[in-house]
Design a protein. Structure first.
Length: 496
């Protein structure tokens, strides 16, 4: 769940920080960055774990009473916007503020979003809250790893270990957040759960700001490609125009909640096709680099397919946990949002196992295309595992069966997610390094929004065709990736 979407960026190491070994042989800045990311994931997944229920539960149960289709579409669109904003956040860091200042602004924006969900009533609070959280989380996702990378010299052997420690914090936050917000929701109501998420983000922000000067130093302060004044004005006008158009269309009733995820999918696909076209038609890339860009196209498709199923943890699987799952534990019914914490548990247990396995296999490990093929295939198998209990009534699916399904989710994630962004950096032409990384984020954005769009076809009263079709479709994509792996590897021109 939480290992995708970031990578340590090579940057100018800060000498005074590089010599710091106060945190288990690492700079204290690692502890500070891992801490704020842990609290951000606590708030992010804590909120997301109860969001779909807040949207479609009846007003008498504390919810907004939206249709199930509208609720899952909003959640999908929100997920897609998080990864679109990761691209935006990287641009702001590179051209306007620098990574560290963007990180700080992003953290404040996230906290404002959670506060809005907690205290602003009805759909207005949802709109303000989700836009702020999406913009902030996506930006934080890119900038924390960028600042962390700047703390280490490129040749520093501690970098990989720092990455592992950092992601332990990420997964701890993702594990604990849904448990506590779900418990508070069960005891006091939705807005108390959102309030706990806001408190968690506030704790992370206070911790970061309190230790910022003594642990971060000048890491991430550089603006690598600053925008001139005319450029700032131009982009500000464009941004204002986009916001105005969206506002007018929303007020006029042209944009409906049920359409949001579809809109994000279309916008993201158009942006992706345009970016691929620009790179492939550019005279700045060599023939080998052009071949690598072409090789990334099937990887992009496989990644989008994978995330469109995986991110249904927050749409269809969330609804399934609420309406189908037997959640009784020793006479007490656990909140359905607790299901969101199962994947992080498996990640914490298995991530080291997979890392050791790939290391032990060395040159004998599967190629990246075959890992992508395995990821989409396991994802398809996970959906087929819903079939034995499909069409059952309330409380018809044993909890351990859903645990098994989410175990397959995790195996799929560990095959595909950790290598995704790393691959994009390896295949990137020199003239389009950042844009290639942006394409990887766009594949996740397409998949995340697609999870909301696909959920519109889910019918709890006739769910067998849904799970069967998506399961088979994902397996077919995996088999096609496996069949074409030699061609893809050859097109990657020496990159494994």
């Amino acid at each position: 769940m939480t290992s995708h979407g970031t990578d340590l960026k090579d940057g100018p190491a800060q000498p005074e920080v590089s010599r710091d070994r106060r945190f288990f042989g690492h700079p204290m800045g690692l502890a500070n960055l891992a801490g704020i990311e842990m609290w951000e994931r606590f708030s992010f997944y804590g909120m997301q774990g109860i969001l779909v229920y807040y949207l479609y539960y009846a007003a008498t149960d504390g919810g907004l009473g939206l249709s199930q289709e509208a609720a899952t579409s909003i959640v999908g669109a929100y997920g897609g916007l998080v990864y679109l904003s990761a691209v935006l956040g990287a641009w702001v860091a590179d051209r306007l503020l620098g990574a560290e200042r963007t990180l700080t602004v992003a953290a404040v924006t996230i906290m404002v979003g959670h506060i809005a969900l907690a205290v602003v009533p009805n759909i207005l609070g949802v709109g303000i809250g989700l836009v702020c959280i999406a913009l902030g989380s996506g930006s934080l996702k890119t900038t924390t790893s960028s600042v962390l990378g700047d703390m280490y010299a490129p040749e520093d052997e501690r970098r990989d270990a720092a990455f592992s420690i950092y992601y332990m914090g990420v997964n701890l936050g993702a594990l604990v957040g849904p448990l506590l917000t779900g418990l508070i929701w069960d005891m006091k109501g939705f807005h108390w759960g959102f309030g706990l998420a806001a408190i968690g983000m506030a704790a992370g922000l206070v911790q970061y700001l309190g230790l910022r000067r003594s642990t971060i130093g000048d890491a991430g302060r550089e603006i690598s490609n600053p925008l001139d004044r005319a450029g700032r004005i131009r982009y500000a006008v464009i941004a204002a125009a986009v916001v105005a158009v969206i506002a007018v269309l929303s007020v006029a009733g042209v944009i409906h909640a049920e359409q949001l995820s579809d809109i994000v999918v279309v916008v993201t696909l158009v942006a992706s096709i345009a970016l691929f076209t620009i790179m492939l038609r550019s005279r700045k890339i060599t023939s080998a680099e052009r071949a690598r860009v072409i090789a990334f196209i099937p990887m992009f498709i496989a990644s989008a397919v994978f995330w469109s199923l995986f991110q249904q943890q927050f749409t269809v699987v969330a609804v399934y946990a609420d309406q189908r799952l037997n959640r009784s534990l020793f006479g007490w019914e656990m909140p359905p949002s607790w299901v969101t914490s199962i994947n992080p548990i498996f990640i914490i247990i298995l991530a080291g196992v997979f890392a050791a396995m790939w290391t032990r296999l060395g040159s004998r490990q599967p190629s990246t295309p075959l890992k992508f093929a395995a990821g989409t295939t396991f994802m398809g198998l996970a959906f087929l595992l819903f079939l034995p209990y499909a069409g059952g009534g309330a409380n018809s699916t044993p909890l351990l069966w859903l645990v098994l399904i989410l175990f397959f989710f995790t195996i799929a994630e560990l095959c595909l997610s950790p290598v995704g962004q790393s691959l994009s950096t390896k295949l990137a032409p020199k003239a389009f390094h950042s844009q290639m990384i942006a394409l990887f984020f766009l594949s996740i954005a397409v998949g995340s929004a697609g999870a909301g769009s696909l959920a519109g076809f889910y019918d709890p009263s006739n769910e067998r065709p849904y799970f069967l079709f998506l399961g088979i479709a994902s397996i077919v994509v995996g088999l096609l990736m496996a069949a074409g792996s030699r061609w893809i590897t050859r097109m990657m021109a020496g990159v494994r």
